[in-house]
Design a protein around this ligand. Structure first.
Ligand code: DOR
Length: 435
């Protein structure tokens, strides 16, 4: 069946091709055919011959669909928290057209059977593209390397033990060495568990006041320093997940200045809110690494601005309501992030921290590049994965209406300025709001 489409008169932004102007995008058979710059004269020459759908995008931005390189879809094993179906539905509601689910499922994605299951399930039930991330160690136990080669052959394009650190420096060294064989990134969850010491929130005056055990910034920074040193030793590709502290930004900046092949991501909660969100023992603000202080938020924003931090990922970590209803120190860590990420990211644009071009780079092009995916671009021939965005339309976050099964967000009730109005995956409308 033909799926020709014209997205008409939108402001097209595609950092991969230096496009930043008003025009039309033509789509056929799920792929981008061409982009026509508006010059005042209607140009209909390239209209596909057969019937096509027209989407009026005047006054809207048209950008490559977002690529989230850090998602938890929870399937297999934790379907009471999220499924591939509901997680990818949440993705397209957020303008996200590709997600990379972390391997901390049950069973862990540490072998090609689980990888193949996720890929098949996503093809059958998913609303967007799914590129699974394989585990570094068997069972994420941090002891023995998982079958990276077999998982790579089945489709994994990155490896991580996310949710847990690789405590053994030798194992981290080995995986970085091995990553060179496949030219894939090793995504590091940087946390020294001996320093975390069962802490549950940021370590400081507030944790003492609340009577909760704190996690010092050093728990993250010590491991980032170690992994940068191992990256230099091995020549592997290191990507630092969920950067949350000022010191971490400094370490990554210095490493980049020295030419080490390190990339880094942060998440919207680390540039939007502080540990204050934990007041009242709000378990929806419990996340790992924990929310930090204003000085850290400022440093993360500066790291995004100056290019130290390459990527904004969601770390979408849905949990069941009953799990989050436990006492603060018992509740699981995580924030359901897919449906608020773009709105919070656009906050950086409205605040003058990033241009829209830079935001698209960090939420689409850079993650695609780091993961080695043919996504994050509007070039002719690319998959027609597109988000059409109204950067000024306000919406109030209502967790109860999330497509995600995880309603665990500290942003419930917030009014965000800017949202996706149409998400297109492979040339088909996967989501649209009433306009
Ligand atoms: O808060 C978090 N939740 N941090 C992680 O690293 C893992 C994640 C999860 O899987 O729930």
């Amino acid at each position: 069946m033909n799926s020709a489409m014209r997205i008409k008169g939108g402001h097209i932004i595609d950092p991969s091709d230096g496009i930043d102007y008003i025009g039309d995008i033509l789509i056929d058979n799920g792929r981008i055919v061409s982009i026509e710059r508006k010059n005042g004269n209607a140009d209909t020459r390239k209209n596909p011959k057969n019937k096509h759908e027209t989407i009026e995008a005047a006054g809207l931005y048209v950008i490559p669909g977002l690529v989230d390189m850090h998602t938890h879809l929870r399937e297999p094993g934790f379907e009471h928290k999220e499924t591939i179906r509901t997680g990818t539905m949440a993705a397209v509601r957020g303008g996200v057209t590709s997600v990379c689910p972390m391997p901390n499922t049950n069973p862990v994605n540490d072998n090609p059977t689980v990888t193949a299951f996720i890929i098949k399930k996503a093809m059958d039930e998913g609303f967007c593209s799914v590129f699974p991330i394989g585990a570094i160690s068997k069972g994420q136990n941090g002891e023995e390397l998982a079958e990276m080669g077999l998982m790579y052959d089945t489709g994994c394009r990155a490896f991580s033990d996310d949710g847990r650190p690789v405590m053994s420096s030798m194992l981290m060294r080995r995986v970085l060495e091995y990553s060179r064989v496949f030219n894939v990134p090793v995504i590091a969850h940087c946390e020294d568990l001996t320093l975390t010491d069962n802490g549950v929130m940021n370590c400081g005056v507030l944790s003492t006041t609340l009577g909760l055990k704190g996690i010092p910034a050093a728990a993250e920074e010590v491991m980032i320093a170690r992994d940068i040193i191992l990256c230099e030793l091995t020549g592997g590709r290191l990507h630092i997940a969920h950067v949350s502290t000022e010191g971490s930004v400094r370490l990554i900046r210095q490493a980049k200045e020295r030419g080490i092949a390190v990339t880094a991501e942060t998440c919207p909660h680390y540039f939007s809110i502080t540990e204050d969100a934990c007041k009242g023992y709000n378990t929806n603000a419990k996340v790992n690494p924990p929310l930090r202080m204003q000085k850290d938020v400022n440093a993360i924003r500066e790291g995004l601005r100056d290019g130290t931090i390459d990527v904004i990922a969601t770390d979408h970590a849905p949990h069941h309501r009953d799990e989050k209803l436990q006492e603060f120190d018992k509740a699981p860590s995580g924030i359901s992030g897919l449906e608020t990420a773009l709105g919070l990211g656009l906050g950086l644009v409205h605040d003058g921290v990033l241009t829209l071009n830079e935001l698209v780079n960090k939420m689409s092009r850079n993650p695609a590049r780091i993961m080695g995916l043919d996504k994050g671009t509007l070039r002719a021939g690319a998959d027609a994965d597109i988000a059409i965005v109204d950067i000024n339309r306000k919406s109030t976050v209502n967790a109860a209406s999330f497509a995600s099964m995880g309603q665990n967000t500290p942003f419930d009730g917030w009014t965000l300025k800017g949202m996706p109005v149409i998400t297109i995956v492979g040339g088909k409308i996967a989501y649209s709001v009433e306009r």
